[in-house]
Design a protein around this ligand. Structure first.
Ligand code: BG6
Length: 509
């Protein structure tokens, strides 16, 4: 039905005007799962408390568990209190909780979509006046995606009548190229591409969004952003946490599916892409897709020169002893699942020919850090070499994604006093600490607004799987993995991967 055009309403937060989306309802499949508890419900509460969403909304949690609304509210309250120990308050929680419902649902039974879900939605939609706008959030194991999508589609819930009907799919989007293609096919049977929101919360992190602004709104960097001035690029997403209680999922995934296929390759594409003609979802996503299309396939016969994997053994993190991956609960004592990977990747295009991108990610490392560093070439002529021995290092531009989000640029200056002595100094931009909108809050807001800029397009997902599937197959056919000590910087082979090229990883601390 044609909607009357309304002027957008904005709310100012931290000096930034944010558009308030129209009324909506959010149906969370997997309402008792880790993601719903740790991220989704706290994010929605935070958006509500900061008046960034309409008063007219409701959230319907769906899960297999037979439980009443009271129990659900109690669990969610605890999660929100844990997520915002300082910002939580009883009165905003009580208002928020009035819009929170739970319904047990048999995901596999088509009848329950028509009987329980559809009927419940209609009555809640009347009560909360949400104008028929629906978001289905699949926060469930990927093995159940297909069943839920088919049942949503065949019960008519994917169809748009009064308002929009959007679906959010969590990663991993498949486990190889074949399964990703199959999932896309099923989705497209019932939903149009503009209704599909394939999520990658990394793209919504503040500093990642900033890379595009930084690259394309400052005239001084873009002319240097190419093989002529850049020696190499490093992208790291390192964690101190282990597998926690997610062994069931992680044993199937491992670090390449969990972190590289989406998060790391998205960071890679944003760093390497050409300037889009406009800051619009499809223009930006087209440029990222071109990067994926230009990645040089890994030489499978010499894979060890390009890819290193490893698994954490026991060790110490921040002075506390921790167990190895194979001792974790739910992990097979014979597990060959990698928890660390490092890769060297080349892009075969005009801009990046010959520039290596070194990527690494792992669990149980000595510190938590995610960053992208651009390593510029050193000066072409060392005119100081006759008067001092120091090698003049190239400048490094570093986007700190977490913790302590910001951007630094290192450069050389003369050390005061001494005749000729250089000193590396750092120009540092840090985000102000104020009300902070989390990555999950951004993606939820954007999905409500129908803006797909921060979401993945079908073609992009399939291209990344095409690149990684042969690598995964080869790695999975190989023998035992190198073990690295928990609390270290990863396997020694990863250090050699970059040192063989005469370079070194950015330090972990
Ligand atoms: C998730 C992965 O997508 O990202 C986890 O499944 C990982 O294994 C997490 O720990 C890291 O996200 P963040 O935002 O904490 O860096």
């Amino acid at each position: 039905m044609e909607q009357p055009i309304k002027e957008p309403i904005y709310q100012s937060i931290g000096g930034c005007d944010i558009e308030i989306p129209s009324p909506f309802c959010l149906i969370i499949f997997g309402a008792y799962g880790d993601l719903a508890k740790r991220k989704l419900i706290p994010s929605l509460y935070h958006l509500y408390k900061n008046k960034l969403i309409s008063e007219n909304f409701f959230i319907l949690g769906c899960g297999r568990l037979e439980a009443d609304r009271g129990y659900f509210l109690e669990m969610m309250r605890t999660s929100v209190e844990n997520a915002f120990p300082h910002e939580f308050d009883n009165s905003s929680w009580s208002e928020f909780a009035e819009k929170l419902y739970y319904s047990s649902l048999d995901f596999g039974s088509p009848e329950s979509y028509i009987k329980s879900l559809k009927e419940k939605l209609s009555s809640l939609e009347k009560k909360h006046q949400t104008k028929g706008n629906r978001i289905f959030y699949l926060a469930i194991p990927s093995s159940v995606f297909e069943t839920v999508i088919v049942n949503l589609g065949s019960s008519g819930l994917s169809a748009e009548r009064e308002g929009y009907s959007h679906i959010i799919i969590e990663k991993p989007f498949g486990r190889d190229i074949e399964s990703a293609k199959k999932l896309n096919k099923i989705l497209r049977q019932y939903f149009e591409e503009r209704q599909i929101f394939r999520i990658d919360h990394y793209i919504a992190k503040e500093t990642i969004q900033n890379i595009l602004m930084f690259r394309f709104a400052n005239a001084i960097f873009e002319p240097l952003w190419n093989r002529k001035y850049i020696d190499h690029v490093q992208i790291s997403a390192l964690e101190t946490l282990g597998v926690e209680h997610r062994a069931g999922y992680y044993e199937e995934a491992g670090v390449i599916r969990d972190m590289f296929q989406s998060h790391i390759l998205q960071l890679f594409a944003i760093t390497a892409m050409e300037p889009p003609v406009a800051f619009e979802a499809d223009r930006v996503r087209e440029e990222k897709i071109k990067v994926f299309r230009s990645i040089r396939p890994f030489p499978l016969d010499r894979l060890d020169e390009y890819v290193v994997i490893g698994q954490y053994g026991k060790g110490e993190i921040s002075g506390h002893p921790v167990i190895g991956y194979m001792e974790e609960s739910g992990v097979s004592p014979m597990s060959n699942t990698p928890t660390f990977a490092a890769m060297k990747v080349f892009i075969d295009n005009w801009r990046w020919q010959g520039v290596p991108f070194y990527l690494r990610s792992g669990k149980r490392l000595s510190s938590r850090k995610a960053e992208i560093s651009i390593h510029f070439r050193p000066v072409p002529h060392m005119m100081f070499s006759r008067v001092m021995n120091e090698f003049i290092e190239g400048n490094i531009l570093c986007f700190r994604i977490q913790p302590d989000e910001g951007i630094t640029l290192s450069f050389q200056t003369k050390r005061p006093g001494s005749l000729i002595c250089l000193k590396q100094v750092i120009m540092d931009f840090s985000y102000e600490k104020g009300v902070h909108i989390d990555a999950y809050e951004w993606v939820l807001l954007d999905c409500m607004l129908g803006d797909q800029l921060l979401f993945l397009r079908q073609e992009g997902v399939e291209l990344t799987w095409s690149l990684l599937t042969p690598v995964l197959e080869k790695l999975e056919s190989m023998g035992k993995l190198p073990v690295y000590e928990a609390g270290s910087s990863g396997p020694d082979e990863a250090r050699l991967l970059i040192e063989r090229d005469g370079r070194s990883w950015m330090p972990l601390e």
